[in-house]
Design a protein around this ligand. Structure first.
Ligand code: ZN
Length: 188
């Protein structure tokens, strides 16, 4: 049975770390990530996969849980934030060096491509593409320290009002898109 680990970003109920937020509505990244993560889990359980969801302030606890299970694939769910004007979806994947996409692990890259394209297609967000993340350059702990194909999805920009409206009103569409990306990858 395929085992899928889902990590909604930041700390449960924002304590101590809520992640980014929208300056106008107060919408918090930790809450969006958890809601979407739980919905992804439900979709994937419904089609027969085993799913674990863990949101924790301890990144090592998250990676240990995924590695010791062991999960077959790992998805971390986040929202981006920059200057309130930037918007769109991007998916981060581990890359062994140089922060170049051609050095990304092929399995993670393929998984990232499927999830990225499903989100962009169904939500109509700006396609910012896959972002390579390399330890020592711009690495992400959960991508560097998990043993299985892993991606970190930045659903949209929570500090941009247009994207934040999607993150408020279309959480189920984000979740369904991620779940379809996973099933695309598993049937690939
Ligand atoms: Zn985040």
């Amino acid at each position: 049975m395929v085992k899928i680990f889902i990590n909604p970003g930041h700390a449960p109920n924002g304590k101590p770390d809520p992640g980014a937020s929208n300056p106008n509505t107060g919408l918090r990244e930790c809450d969006v990530a958890l809601a979407v993560g739980n919905m992804v889990a439900e979709y994937l359980q419904n089609v027969g996969y085993e799913v674990q969801v863990l949101q924790s302030n301890s990144l090592s606890e998250i990676c240990d849980a995924a590695n010791s299970w062991p999960a077959d694939l790992f998805i971390s769910i986040h929202c981006n934030a920059f200057n309130t004007a930037a918007k769109g979806t991007e998916t981060c994947v581990f890359s062994s060096f140089g922060a170049r996409l051609e050095y990304a692990s092929p399995c993670s890259k393929k998984l990232g491509e499927y999830i990225q394209s499903q989100i962009v297609k169904s939500l109509g967000t700006v396609d910012r593409g896959l972002k390579p993340r390399t330890p020592g350059v711009n690495g992400l702990y959960v991508l560097t320290n998990t043993d299985m194909p892993a991606v970190l999805s930045e659903l949209a920009f929570i500090d941009n009002d247009e994207d934040a409206a999607l993150l408020t009103n279309h959480q189920d569409d984000f979740a369904a898109a991620i779940a379809r990306g996973v099933t695309d990858w598993l049937s690939f």
